[in-house]
Structures are given as C-alpha cells and as structure tokens.
Design a protein around this ligand. Structure first.
Ligand SMILES: Cc1cc2nc3c(=O)[nH]c(=O)nc-3n(C[C@H](O)[C@H](O)[C@H](O)COP(=O)(O)O)c2cc1C
Length: 155
C-alpha cells in the first residue's frame, strides 16, 4: 500500500517553494512542495515539515518564516535547498532580509509569515502562518511532477 501511496502522490503536480527563516544572523532554507493557502481572513498558509527538519527546529525558535514560491527557471534553487544539511545553501544565492526572514530575490511569489500554530501530522508537523507581507511578479511556475521539475503550459 505504501508503494502505491507514493506513486499516487508522485503523480500529483505540486508547486515548489523555499521556506526560510533566520536564527540570530543565520539564514536557513528548505525546499518544500507541501504548502497551501489556508485562510483569507486572516490571510494564512500552511506548510508541512518533516519532524527531523532542521528548518522546523529553527522555525520553532524564530516563530517566523518566509515562503519563496519558485519559478520555472529556479529548479537549481530547489535542488540546492533540498541538499543535505552541512553545505551552506545560501552560498551564491541572491537574497535579502525582509520582515526578519530571508527573501530569495527574483522568485515570482513571496510571503513573510508569523507562526500561529503547530500541529503534529504523522512524521511531519503542520506549521500555520499568518501572512504579514506578500509580493509577486509575473513568471511561469516551477512544478514538481513524477519526481521531475517541470512547468505549466496552456492547453
Ligand atoms: C521537490 C521537493 C519537495 C520537498 N517537499 C518537502 C516538504 O514539503 N516538506 C519537507 O519537510 N521536506 C520536503 N522536501 C525535502 C527537504 O527539502 C529536504 O529533506 C531537506 O534536506 C530538509 O532540510 P532541513 O533538514 O535543513 O530542513 C522536498 C524536497 C524536494 C526536492
């Protein structure tokens, strides 16, 4: 059943984002596909992070996170921010601090969020965030589908 579950979910096309936070002057970021809009009033999002995630530990500490929604040209960023910890993921990445969290310059979607709740979900933790700031630019999205990075096209 687990193998089939994996295959079903691999065939769900998802957006891709880098979730970031700051602890002290240390930026951290992790690639995620499990995020969604949750509420409009107040504006909220949810992100699902593995219990073992270093980012989760840091978000618990900082209580803030940035959601950097990636565009079609950002598959390299998605790979960099999914790499095993130890390497500095921000090396050679163009970023600034906004609302106390790292913003990756040039990505099509940007949210700064304050953590409002954390809920256990199996081996993951669902992080709820209230949106403090949002910004966007027009560009095609990065999509993860069948374990590969793609983008969308009009039918
Ligand atoms: C396309 C893609 C989507 C991912 N989605 C998630 C996700 O939604 N939640 C998660 O916890 N990890 C996700 N990962 C895995 C993390 O990026 C990866 O395990 C990372 O090394 C965790 O880093 P950290 O321990 O510093 O937080 C994803 C990886 C890729 C390549």
């Amino acid at each position: 059943m687990i193998a089939d579950f994996r295959e079903v979910m691999a065939a769900v096309a998802t957006p891709v984002a880098v979730v970031t936070t700051m602890t002290g002057d240390q930026p951290h970021g992790t690639t995620v596909s499990a995020f969604a809009s949750l509420s409009m009033d107040p504006p909220m999002v949810l992100v699902s992070l593995a219990r073992t995630s270093e980012l989760l530990a840091r978000v618990r500490d900082s209580n803030r996170f940035g959601l950097n929604v990636l565009g079609a040209s950002h598959a390299g960023l998605a790979t960099t921010f999914a790499a095993r910890s130890g390497t500095s993921r921000f090396h050679d990445v163009d970023w600034t601090t906004e609302h106390g969290v790292p913003r990756l310059n040039g990505v099509p979607g940007w949210l700064a969020c304050e953590v409002t709740d954390l809920f256990d979900g199996g081996d993951h933790v669902i992080v709820l965030g209230q949106v403090l700031a949002a910004d966007r630019s027009e560009s095609p999205p990065l999509v993860y589908f069948r374990r590969a990075f793609r983008t969308t096209s009009r039918r």
